[in-house]
Write a protein that binds this ligand. Structure first.
Ligand code: FES
Length: 101
């Protein structure tokens, strides 16, 4: 059975931005993309900087440091096709946001 960890409340992440949350001690980037919540590993595949500080560009987050792009749903890195970082299932129950692990 997957475990659900509460990480934030609806309304706590402005639209089209991301925040860093912690899931079992691991930093995860949680984004509000036009009202849809998406979560990926927070470490950029380039040099490990936090992707939560990046800008949402279409279906990708663009890292704030050297502009690498990671797909928000698949975790695929645009600069290294076929290389995926972990993505996490997000559920919203009433006004609370959970990540499934
Ligand atoms: S650390 Fe993200 S692009 Fe360099």
């Amino acid at each position: 059975m997957p475990e659900m960890i509460k990480v934030a409340e609806v309304g706590s992440i402005p639209e089209n931005t991301g925040i860093e949350v912690e899931v079992n001690g691991r930093p995860v980037a949680l984004f509000n993309k036009g009202g849809e919540y998406l979560a990926i590993d927070n470490a950029c595949p380039h040099e490990g900087e936090p992707l939560s500080q990046g800008d949402i560009k279409g279906d990708h987050v663009e890292c704030a440091y050297h502009q690498w792009k990671v797909h928000l749903k698949t975790g695929e890195t645009q600069e290294i096709p076929g290389y995926f970082i972990p993505v996490f299932k997000v559920k919203v129950i009433e006004k609370e946001i959970f990540i499934e692990v």
